[in-house]
Unconditional design. Structure first.
Length: 100
Protein backbone atom coordinates (compact mmCIF):
# COMPACT_ATOMS: atom_id res chain seq x y z
CA UNK A 1 0.00 0.00 0.00
CA UNK A 2 3.04 2.25 0.30
CA UNK A 3 3.12 2.67 -3.49
CA UNK A 4 -0.60 3.42 -3.83
CA UNK A 5 -0.16 7.15 -4.54
CA UNK A 6 2.46 6.47 -7.21
CA UNK A 7 0.22 3.89 -8.87
CA UNK A 8 -2.82 6.18 -8.83
CA UNK A 9 -0.77 8.97 -10.42
CA UNK A 10 0.58 6.66 -13.14
CA UNK A 11 -2.88 5.20 -13.77
CA UNK A 12 -4.43 8.65 -14.25
CA UNK A 13 -1.74 9.55 -16.76
CA UNK A 14 -2.38 6.30 -18.65
CA UNK A 15 -6.12 7.00 -18.66
CA UNK A 16 -5.60 10.50 -20.07
CA UNK A 17 -3.19 9.34 -22.78
CA UNK A 18 -5.16 6.27 -23.85
CA UNK A 19 -8.79 6.93 -22.94
CA UNK A 20 -8.93 3.65 -21.02
CA UNK A 21 -10.24 3.52 -17.46
CA UNK A 22 -7.94 1.94 -14.87
CA UNK A 23 -9.25 0.45 -11.64
CA UNK A 24 -6.97 0.03 -8.64
CA UNK A 25 -7.70 -2.20 -5.65
CA UNK A 26 -5.42 -1.28 -2.78
CA UNK A 27 -4.89 -3.82 0.02
CA UNK A 28 -2.22 -5.33 2.19
CA UNK A 29 0.41 -7.49 0.52
CA UNK A 30 -0.56 -10.70 2.33
CA UNK A 31 -4.17 -10.35 1.20
CA UNK A 32 -3.14 -9.50 -2.38
CA UNK A 33 -0.78 -12.48 -2.59
CA UNK A 34 -3.54 -14.80 -1.31
CA UNK A 35 -5.97 -13.51 -3.95
CA UNK A 36 -3.47 -13.95 -6.78
CA UNK A 37 -2.48 -17.38 -5.43
CA UNK A 38 -6.15 -18.36 -5.38
CA UNK A 39 -6.50 -17.51 -9.08
CA UNK A 40 -8.14 -14.07 -8.76
CA UNK A 41 -7.90 -12.51 -12.25
CA UNK A 42 -5.65 -9.43 -12.31
CA UNK A 43 -3.88 -7.50 -15.04
CA UNK A 44 -1.12 -6.16 -12.83
CA UNK A 45 0.01 -6.87 -9.28
CA UNK A 46 2.56 -4.89 -7.25
CA UNK A 47 4.08 -6.81 -4.33
CA UNK A 48 7.45 -7.36 -2.70
CA UNK A 49 9.93 -9.01 -5.06
CA UNK A 50 10.23 -12.23 -3.03
CA UNK A 51 6.45 -12.64 -3.03
CA UNK A 52 6.30 -12.00 -6.77
CA UNK A 53 9.04 -14.59 -7.35
CA UNK A 54 7.11 -17.15 -5.28
CA UNK A 55 3.91 -16.46 -7.24
CA UNK A 56 5.88 -16.81 -10.48
CA UNK A 57 7.37 -20.15 -9.33
CA UNK A 58 3.85 -21.35 -8.48
CA UNK A 59 2.63 -20.37 -11.96
CA UNK A 60 0.42 -17.43 -10.92
CA UNK A 61 2.61 -14.74 -12.55
CA UNK A 62 3.76 -14.95 -16.18
CA UNK A 63 7.39 -16.16 -16.36
CA UNK A 64 9.84 -13.31 -16.90
CA UNK A 65 7.24 -10.59 -16.34
CA UNK A 66 8.48 -9.36 -12.94
CA UNK A 67 9.93 -5.84 -13.11
CA UNK A 68 11.33 -3.68 -10.33
CA UNK A 69 8.96 -0.81 -9.56
CA UNK A 70 10.19 0.87 -6.39
CA UNK A 71 12.68 0.40 -3.59
CA UNK A 72 11.64 0.99 -0.02
CA UNK A 73 14.26 1.74 2.59
CA UNK A 74 14.00 2.30 6.31
CA UNK A 75 16.22 4.50 8.47
CA UNK A 76 16.59 4.39 12.23
CA UNK A 77 17.81 7.30 14.33
CA UNK A 78 19.66 6.62 17.60
CA UNK A 79 20.73 9.25 20.12
CA UNK A 80 24.42 10.07 20.16
CA UNK A 81 26.36 7.78 22.51
CA UNK A 82 23.39 5.41 22.86
CA UNK A 83 23.86 1.74 21.99
CA UNK A 84 22.42 0.59 18.70
CA UNK A 85 19.33 -1.53 19.30
CA UNK A 86 19.03 -4.93 17.63
CA UNK A 87 16.80 -4.63 14.55
CA UNK A 88 17.25 -7.97 12.81
CA UNK A 89 13.56 -8.84 12.91
CA UNK A 90 10.17 -7.15 12.95
CA UNK A 91 9.75 -8.05 16.62
CA UNK A 92 13.14 -6.53 17.51
CA UNK A 93 12.21 -3.27 15.75
CA UNK A 94 8.90 -3.14 17.62
CA UNK A 95 10.72 -3.60 20.94
CA UNK A 96 13.28 -0.91 20.02
CA UNK A 97 10.58 1.64 19.16
CA UNK A 98 9.52 3.76 22.15
CA UNK A 99 5.77 4.07 22.68
CA UNK A 100 4.19 7.32 21.49
Amino acid sequence: MATRHILVDRARGYEQRNGVAVGIRSMGGVEAAKLVGAGEPVDLVVLAKKVMQRLEAEGWVAPGSIKDFARSEIAIAVRVASPRPPVGSEEAVRKATPPT
